[in-house]
Design a protein around this ligand. Structure first.
Ligand code: BTN
Length: 221
């Protein structure tokens, strides 16, 4: 049984989870109604007001290089079923609804654990033009706690799946395939082609094919 730490307000569930691991704790989930200092990837601020789903939990690191992709695939499947709507995955693991970001994932390794932090715009207001929430799209207001537990269970199963299955699902549901995007590690635009069997992003840049293994992509408008 996972130990649950629930807060009405916290600085960041991710930071709290990391502290728990450093105290030797495992098998827990930290969730909060509001985060006052939510963190995204690359040290960015993650806006986390009331109504959204914000949580972090630990998982023993399996050594699987496709771990973060598998987490994205699992979340996508739960949310599509809950909201009966189609989502896409933006490499490596953003959740896209109607070309806007509806959820983000951060996976951070601490000792032999990975802290998986998940933020989903369910019933909260969003500020950025590039973001959307599920309520706006579906008019459905779901119970965040139930969704959280479904996601955790799905992730437990998905990370043990055959990698070929994970790649196959990701490929079929990949956002911006064939589109020009800004690729952060290349610091330039490239055409998004595919993902490789090892999870790397395959792009075409200056008439050459390249593989990218970290960073992020953003659609060029
Ligand atoms: C990203 O897309 O940059 C990842 C966003 C991750 C946000 C979640 S919300 C719960 C957890 N606590 C944090 O401070 N961040 C993650």
């Amino acid at each position: 049984m996972r130990l649950e730490y629930h807060f009405e307000e916290i600085s960041s569930t991710q930071e709290y989870a990391k502290e728990l691991v450093s105290q030797g704790k495992d098998n827990f989930v930290v969730f909060s109604d509001i985060q006052t200092n939510g963190r995204g990837r690359f040290g960015r601020i993650w806006n986390a007001p009331h109504g959204g789903l914000w949580f972090s939990f630990d998982k023993k690191y399996s050594g699987n290089v496709l771990f973060t992709l598998a987490v994205g695939v699992a979340i996508k499947e739960v949310l599509e079923e809950e909201y009966n709507t189609k989502l896409l995955l933006k490499w490596p693991n953003d959740l896209i609804l109607d070309e806007k970001k509806v959820g983000g994932i951060i996976c951070e390794k601490v000792d032999d654990a990975v802290i998986i932090g998940i933020g989903i715009n369910t019933n909260n207001k969003v500020e950025l033009d590039t973001a959307i929430n599920f309520f706006e799209k579906t008019q459905k207001s779901k119970d965040n706690y139930l969704i959280m537990n479904k996601i955790i269970n799905k992730i437990e199963n998905t990370v043990n799946l055959d990698n070929r299955k994970i790649i196959e699902t990701f490929r079929k549901n990949m956002a911006y395939k064939g589109k020009e995007c800004f690729v952060s590690v290349l610091n330039q635009k490239a055409k998004i082609l595919d993902i490789a069997d090892n999870g790397n992003l395959i792009v075409e840049v200056n008439d050459e094919i390249e593989e990218v293994f970290s960073g992020e992509i953003n659609i060029c408008t």
